[in-house]
Structures are given as C-alpha cells and as structure tokens.
Design a protein around this ligand. Sequence first.
Ligand SMILES: *[C@@H]1O[C@H](CO)[C@@H](O)[C@H](O)[C@H]1NC(C)=O
Ligand SMILES: *[C@@H]1O[C@H](CO)[C@@H](O)[C@H](O)[C@H]1NC(C)=O
Ligand SMILES: *[C@@H]1O[C@H](CO)[C@@H](O)[C@H](O)[C@H]1NC(C)=O
Ligand SMILES: *[C@@H]1O[C@H](CO)[C@@H](O)[C@H](O)[C@H]1NC(C)=O
Ligand SMILES: *[C@@H]1O[C@H](CO)[C@@H](O)[C@H](O)[C@H]1NC(C)=O
Ligand SMILES: *[C@@H]1O[C@H](CO)[C@@H](O)[C@H](O)[C@H]1NC(C)=O
Ligand SMILES: *[C@@H]1O[C@H](CO)[C@@H](O)[C@H](O)[C@H]1NC(C)=O
Ligand SMILES: *[C@@H]1O[C@H](CO)[C@@H](O)[C@H](O)[C@H]1NC(C)=O
Length: 620
Amino acid sequence: MQPLALAAIALLPAAFATWDGNLNYHSPSRRHPSLGIDVPLVAKRGLELQKRETWDPAKLEFTHSVASGDPYPNSVILWTRISPSVENDKSNVTVEGAVSLYNHDTEVYIKASPNPICVEYRVSIDKNFTKVVDKGTAYTTSDIDYTVKVEAKNLQPFTTYYYQFNVCGSTKSSPLGRTKTSPAANDDVSKIGIAVYSCSNYPNGYFNAYGNSARKDNVDYVIHLGDYIYETGKGKLGTDPRATNPKGTIFTLYDYRTRIAQHRTDKDLSLSHQNFPWIPVWDDHEVSNNGYRDGASGLNNTEASFLKAGRVSVDQRKMNAVRAYFEWMPIRQVDMDDNLRIWRNFQMGKLFDLIMLDTRNYDRSITTLNDNDAYIAMLANDAGRTLMGSHQENWFYNQLSKSSERGATWRIIGNQIVFSRIDNNGKGSFNGDAWDGYQANKNRTFKHLYDNKIGNNIMLAGDSHANWVSDLVWLNGSNYDSSTGANSIGVEFAGTAVTSGNPITIAGANKKSKSLVEDNAELQWSERYYRGYYELQISKDKIDASYFGSPTVATRNPLEIPLANFTVKAGDNHLTRPVAGGAVQAGALQKGSLKQTNLTLNTETGKWNVTKIDGMFLSY
Ligand SMILES: *[C@@H]1O[C@H](CO)[C@@H](O)[C@H](O)[C@H]1NC(C)=O
Ligand SMILES: *[C@@H]1O[C@H](CO)[C@@H](O)[C@H](O)[C@H]1NC(C)=O
Ligand SMILES: *[C@@H]1O[C@H](CO)[C@@H](O)[C@H](O)[C@H]1NC(C)=O
Ligand SMILES: *[C@@H]1O[C@H](CO)[C@@H](O)[C@H](O)[C@H]1NC(C)=O
Ligand SMILES: *[C@@H]1O[C@H](CO)[C@@H](O)[C@H](O)[C@H]1NC(C)=O
Ligand SMILES: *[C@@H]1O[C@H](CO)[C@@H](O)[C@H](O)[C@H]1NC(C)=O
Ligand SMILES: *[C@@H]1O[C@H](CO)[C@@H](O)[C@H](O)[C@H]1NC(C)=O
Ligand SMILES: *[C@@H]1O[C@H](CO)[C@@H](O)[C@H](O)[C@H]1NC(C)=O
C-alpha cells in the first residue's frame, strides 16, 4: 500500500493535500482511531476512480446548506454537505471496512464506492467576495457521509465574514453563509450577544425558536447545550410531516447520520446555522436518554440489552453517535489525545470566558435509569461521585481560576443539566440526573469559587424543558437572603426546550411554578409552559437576559412572546432586584407578579393573543 500511496502523492500533490483539509477524515480522538478514515487509502481509491469518471456537477447537491462554528480569533470551522443524493451513507466504515474495499492480491477495488467530490471554498468580508481572505479545496466521499468540514484561517478577530462552497471548477454553489470570529483574548469588546438553545425534538414540533434569533439578528453567536437530536422514533413517515427518520430508535452509524440529517432539514435550524457560528455541546440524547459513562436508560451494559438493541453494544453505539456528531456539527476537536472530548473553552476578549462542559458522556458516574431512582437518591451525596471525571473537573477549576486571573469580567459556563438545588415537591425530592444527583461535584465547584474568591459566574443549563432562573447558592443553612441575593456567587440561567416536553396548560404550568418557587428560596423564576430560548447581552457592566416563548410549535411560524427580562450587574453575583422588574408574562416569580398582557395575533409584527392559546398544547 505504501508505494502506491506515494505514487498517488506524486501524481496529484495538490489533490492529496485536500484530503487532509477535510477534517472529517480524521478521528476526533487518537484513542479511537476507528472513528477516522485511512486517508492514503481513500486518496488512492479516489485517484483510480477519477481516472474512470468525474462527477457531473448537475448530479450533485448541497443537500443541507452550510454551517459554521467554534470561532477562534483567527479561524473558524466551516461545514457543508455535497452529495449525489439526500440519502445518508449506509456503510459502517471503519479503517478495517475501508481496507476491505481493496483487494490486495489484484490491487483492484472490489466494491468501489462513488467517486470523490471536490469542493472549493472562499471566505470574504463582503457578500460579493471582492475581498477574499481565505480559500481552499477539499474532497469528500461516502466514507464520511459526503460531509465537508474545513478550518477557514487568516481571519481577523471579532469580524463578520461571508463564505461559500462550490463544486471545483463549476458554478454549482452552496447557499451563502455568514460567520464571525471571536475577539482576541486581550481585546476590549463592549458587548457580545449570545442565543442559548437546547432540546430540539423533531417530532414534537417546528424549530421556530432557532429561526427567530436569525430573523431578529441581534446576537453574535449561538450556544447549544445539547439534545440537538433525539434517539427515539415517533410518527409515520409519509403521513406525518414530522415523523422521525429512521422510524424507530437509532443505533447504527447510518441511523445517527440519518437522524441528524433530518433535523437539519428544518428550515429554521438551517437558517440559524447559515447565519451564526455555533458553539455546541452534546447532552444525553445525542447518544441515548440518561446516558452516563457506561450506559443509558435504554441500553444496559449487559448481554440481554445488547441482543435487544440489535447487537449494538453501549460502546459501539456511542462511537456511532460520536462519529455522526463530529461529521455533522461544525466543531473542532481540541485535544486528540483526550478520549471523546468535547469540553473546551473560548476566551471572548476581556469580557468573558465561555467554558463548555460535558457532564454527560465523558466520565459521568451512574445516573437514574428508570428503575434505580431510590439507589441514586441514596448515592447523591456520596463523595466519590463525579459528573465530569477528574480530568475534566480539574481542567474546569483551572479554567475558572485562569479566567479570573487574566481579568476577564465574566465566567460563563455552558453546561447541560440544571445546577441549582431544586426540591421538586417541597419534601426533598431531587432530580438525580441533574447536579442534585452529584452533590460532591457541586460542592467542589462552589468551594473552588468561594476559596478563590471567583465572582461573576453565570451558569447556563438546558436539558429540563423548562425555564429556571436562580441565584447561585451553596445552601449552608440559611446564609442566603432571597430578597436581596446576599451570599450568592453568581446566577444560573436555565432554558426551556426548542420543542421537547409534555402537554401542559398555562394555568397548570403556572401553578406548578408557584409551588416550586415557594419550595426553593434561590429559585427566583420558574416557567414551564412555553417552548423557546433565551438571549444574553453581555457587557462589562451588566448582563441582560431575555427569555422568549414560542406561542406554538405546531406550525412553522416566526412568532414569539417576550416572557421575562433579567439583569445581573458586574460584581453583584446575584440577580438585580426587583427580579425581572417585578413582573413576568408567564410562570412564577419568587417576589413579583404575573402580568399577562393580552397580545393579538399579528403575523407581521409577531404579536400574539395569549389568552387565546391558554390550554392548547404547542406540540405538533
Ligand atoms: C451496519 O451495521 C448495522 C448494524 O450493525 C447492520 O445492520 C448493517 O447491515 C451494516 N451495514 C453494512 C453496509 O455493513
Ligand atoms: C454586490 O452585488 C450586488 C448585486 O449583485 C450589487 O448590487 C452591489 O452593489 C455589490 N456590492 C459591492 C460592494 O460590490
Ligand atoms: C436494564 O436492566 C434493568 C434491570 O437491572 C431492567 O429492568 C431493564 O429493563 C433493562 N433495560 C434494558 C434496555 O435492557
Ligand atoms: C455538599 O454541601 C451540602 C450543603 O452544604 C451538604 O449538605 C452536603 O453534605 C455536602 N456534600 C458533600 C458530599 O460534600
Ligand atoms: C459551606 O460549608 C462547607 C463545609 O460544610 C464549608 O467548607 C464552606 O466554606 C461553606 N461555604 C459557605 C459559603 O459558607
Ligand atoms: C422585556 O424587554 C423587552 C424589550 O425591552 C420588552 O419588549 C418586553 O415587554 C419585556 N418583557 C417583559 C415580560 O417584561
Ligand atoms: C383574544 O382572542 C380571542 C379569540 O380570538 C378574542 O375573542 C379576544 O377578544 C382577544 N383578546 C384580545 C385582548 O385581543
Ligand atoms: C385579558 O383578557 C382577559 C380575558 O379575555 C380579560 O379578562 C383581561 O381583562 C384582559 N387583560 C388585559 C390587560 O387586557
């Protein structure tokens, strides 16, 4: 193989370099080489195939628009997919699988997969590409589901760019994408806006919330806290427009590719990817419900479970999910030597550090799996339990310290599950799958912040399908003053789902919120009816948070209701009083009132008659 691979390099030096340019040929982890593709082998196969025929651009499509993500001051990841079909690749390619395509005796490819497709990309500061600042070429093949992921370089900090892909030597082009680099670590930036999302379940409704921030266009970046897809199936394809594809629960690489690809057909999700650089992390459903290091609620690490799941083991399933995720999401692998690492950080000028965690798949101790709630409740305060694993946990505390030492005003922590203590019934019932099930890890986090006098901490969370805004409080007896916020060390903004959740009426939701704030002194606002998202406008003096609700996700529409607004002033380490200005559109405040305005439906302005939708669930 080596001499032939060298011949390929000699014949096509420029072309060979472009195989490497597509990051999706590489495994995201050196510890899991089978997640990568044997590039010399694919290049050699491509060379042979190209001798026979090349692609007719008319037969190719940019099937899923464009995306960008993981902005650095001088570079950003760009993504597209160019394919002869919308269908995802069915092969379960591994290095071994790729080798099996090649007959070593005859030196002939016995099962030729389609030809490599060549794409060019350009990056410019203007939409007309009069000032191209970076360009390149890359190949893609069925081995990586025809995805293309490249790193655009030579960029300036905190600058907006436009980018586009085209089939090499052809006018066949992708949609025009827009992206933005991050500020350099020492830059003084006056304001950065982020939109925060989680939990988009395709069969539950339309992803209107994703589109709304693109339509308003008042943020710089999109943060996704996971549950970007769901692994379970629902509905009947062909009859129900939001039925899942594949039909049932997903296990194989093909399954995961197909499910992510289907989510990406949602026009509002696509619009968001096309207009904003994303910084995503996964939660459990990117692999499987209530996942942890060794399993998930729907898949035990046992032989019986293995047989039930179509002979896909926990580890193989995780590999399939991770591989499809890295193929389809515009993210970087920041440390190839560190397992299936997705936790990473972004220095957003002197304004803030964005610390993205993996409290789910990396190294989490056992969680609630439907049949072991009592066991987890018993373990919740066990000193040995961990959400992140010691490697990530130490890194997390170091990031908090470094951020504080470098003088960044805020520390914003992008995390999956709700951090604050939430007693669900006033009798000590806690969610064992949230930080409440991992008390020791929570305490160590608080202890690090208090011991090192690190303030201005903002915790973000998704996962729960409800809105929760709390002062960050380590409950040592009664040292927290709920009316002033004294003895708090930051604020948690946890957001509801884009679509996930169970039917509930506004009245029922508000009643539950009222009892939740009564039972949890640090919980300043609870809201459970609306699907939606929230925005943070971050500046040196304060952070403004605005929560938005989608009046309905049963149809594709641009409507949204402003639910509540919060402010955190730098140095305060708690919400500004009166919290939410003393009044919210929905849910319950610790101190304050519900001021439901009657909005009238007006599709042009996006206003909605709230009373009209009470009692109607929003799900598709
Ligand atoms: C891929 O894996 C799945 C499950 O292991 C199997 O059913 C399917 O036949 C495999 N596909 C190919 C092309 O080998
Ligand atoms: C860009 O192109 C559009 C139409 O193609 C044109 O109207 C516009 O003036 C151009 N802008 C610049 C800066 O060249
Ligand atoms: C996992 O094991 C538990 C018993 O320990 C059982 O109740 C459950 O059905 C199993 N789940 C699967 C998916 O096999
Ligand atoms: C964590 O802190 C809480 C509140 O101070 C305390 O009740 C609990 O025992 C601590 N748990 C561990 C494992 O440190
Ligand atoms: C909370 O209690 C722990 C020990 O129980 C202590 O180490 C810590 O300093 C206390 N934190 C505060 C804010 O009082
Ligand atoms: C939140 O602020 C926005 C913009 O300032 C305003 O339109 C909206 O009514 C506010 N919402 C609430 C619930 O106070
Ligand atoms: C809300 O909608 C209902 C039903 O369309 C209508 O009867 C009512 O007058 C509306 N209320 C307001 C304040 O617009
Ligand atoms: C909103 O509508 C309800 C029922 O239609 C009505 O009782 C209430 O007075 C209205 N509130 C406002 C502020 O218009």
